[in-house]
Design a protein around this ligand. Structure first.
Ligand code: DUC
Ligand code: ZN
Ligand code: ZN
Length: 485
């Protein structure tokens, strides 16, 4: 039986196993994984790894910040960067700002992505204004549109929710079968430190990390966990930066809390000291939470290895080093005013492969889980994405584990204009990238047409770690009955 396409002679890797096999593709789907297949077209993958396409479930694309700054990438540039780095599905945010109708916001993001994306995409929804209308009328419409994850913020003046509001959104997420993602940092601690730093004339980018103190993060992390445990509704803590938060999450998981967590390249490969440069240059290394230090890098590696952290996403938040992003008040910009975020869509997978797999910190199967499979399960995409299972979309990477690359701004396809990883030497890069059976990247060449990416509707999230049996008449169930929740 001939296939449309066979990827022949490689080592096929998924989250569970690695095996020598060919992959047969028919009508854009994986149709067979077995030795000696024949196809009308053949890609020779001998000596290469054959992996499921990456899923980056945390990136900001064509998103307006609460301070009114548009990030530097649209759906074309962001998705081209993703494709070149081996990511075939992105999950950006549709961001509600206060006063916005959620339906109008979501319509807008759908329209923007449809004509530009070159990889597949799904959306999360940022909820910043949980009015009764939003909670009761608009959120129930989201599942029908394939959006089953909501992000909330505990900091940023114009985005943050009170604990009371977070409890309401947790309940709504539970009712709708959605997963709550949380930006966990204590707003008042950050605000208080920031005021005192600025009063003392400490305005330069390196003070950003001092203001976003690790204890502000771990306190908020503990608080989210408490809210989640109160109602026994799962929560996912995004962009976990270091030792304090990792330990808080691990302890809670050991107690049976249904808490999940994500980390990002900046928390393994960048440090607070990167922002300590002359003038305002350090702004290029500022994101929230900020990169920490070597002890935190080790804690994050340990969390990835032992399953405390299930997801490795980029948190790609691209802003240019000019008045549109990092320097809204030019040379007078203080650390409080610059846009928060670093680019990372294109380098997320190569960095983790080089530093994780090549250096023996994680297995290649763990690499696949952390960059693809776990994202698909966590956000309800596993019916199409994230594995080499027969019937899944043929989103496939032919990965050259030995290719040496020196990262530089000139090779980045996003619009940030710089990379915080400039000059870093890594090993491993995708040689070919297939999306639904079509070759979209060959070497460093993009073959995909603008707008060829498809929206993928998310189903019900199926969080991946540490399942715990729960009884409806357990303590949280009895408590919820009491309060009518
Ligand atoms: N939160 C994010 O999720 N991304 C960039 C900046 C931020 O605060
Ligand atoms: Zn965030
Ligand atoms: Zn983010």
């Amino acid at each position: 039986m001939e296939f449309d396409l066979v990827i022949a002679g490689g080592t096929v890797v998924d989250a569970q196993q690695s095996r020598r096999a060919d992959v047969g593709v028919r009508e854009g789907k994986i149709a067979c994984v077995a030795p000696e297949l024949s196809g009308r077209r053949v890609i020779d993958a001998s000596g290469k790894l054959v992996l499921p396409g990456g899923i980056d479930s945390h990136c900001h694309v064509e998103q307006l910040s609460s301070a009114g700054q548009m990030c530097a990438d649209d759906f074309y540039s962001a998705s081209v960067a993703a494709a070149l780095g081996g990511t075939t599905t992105i999950m950006p945010f549709a961001a509600q700002h206060r006063g916005d109708s959620i339906t109008a916001v979501v319509d807008d993001y759908f329209a923007r992505a449809a004509t530009k994306a070159v990889v597949d995409y799904a959306f999360h929804l940022i909820v910043s204004d949980p009015t009764p209308q939003a909670l009761q009328t608009e959120l129930p419409l989201m599942a029908a549109r394939g959006i089953s994850s909501f992000k909330v913020y505990m900091t940023y003046e114009l985005l943050r929710l009170s604990d009371e509001q977070m409890l309401e959104v947790l309940l709504a997420a539970d009712r709708e079968g959605a997963l709550l993602m949380v930006h966990a940092e204590n707003h008042d601690i950050i605000k208080w430190i920031t005021r005192r730093l600025l009063e003392r004339g400490h305005t330069s980018p390196r003070f950003h990390a001092s203001s976003h103190h690790p204890i502000a993060e771990s306190e908020a992390t503990h608080r989210v966990i408490s809210l989640s445990r109160l109602l026994d509704v799962p929560a996912l803590i995004v962009h976990v930066s270091g030792i304090e938060a990792v330990n808080t999450i691990r302890d809670a998981q050991h107690l049976g809390a249904r808490v999940f967590a994500e980390t990002c390249p900046q928390y393994l490969f960048l440090s607070a000291t990167d922002a300590d440069r002359p003038g305002l240059e350090g702004a290029k290394w500022c994101c929230s939470p900020p990169p920490r230090d070597a002890q935190s890098h080790e804690a994050v590696w340990a969390g990835l290895k032992d399953g405390t952290l299930q997801l490795f996403s980029s948190d790609h938040a691209p802003y240019r080093f000019d008045e549109s992003g990092k320097l809204p008040r030019g040379q007078a910009t203080t650390f409080k005013e610059m846009a928060n975020g670093v680019p990372g869509l294109q380098v997320r997978m190569p960095l983790l492969f080089s530093e994780g797999v090549r250096k023996g910190r994680i297995s290649v199967n763990e690499f696949v889980a952390l960059t693809s499979t776990n994202h698909a399960r966590m956000y309800g995409l596993a019916h199409r994405k994230g594995s080499m299972d027969v019937g899944c979309d043929a989103d496939i990477l032919v990965w050259d584990a030995d290719r040496q690359v020196t990262l530089s701004a000139s090779m980045m396809k996003d619009n940030a204009g710089y990379t915080p990883y400039e000059g870093r030497q890594i090993s491993g890069w995708p040689e070919r990238v297939l999306l639904r059976g079509e070759l979209i990247v060959e070497g460093d060449r993009l073959l995909a047409q603008r707008g060829s990416g498809e929206f993928i509707a998310c189903g019900t999230p199926a969080p991946v770690a540490r399942p715990v049996q729960r009884a409806p008449d357990g303590p949280a169930g009895v408590f919820r009955k009491l309060i009518g929740a």
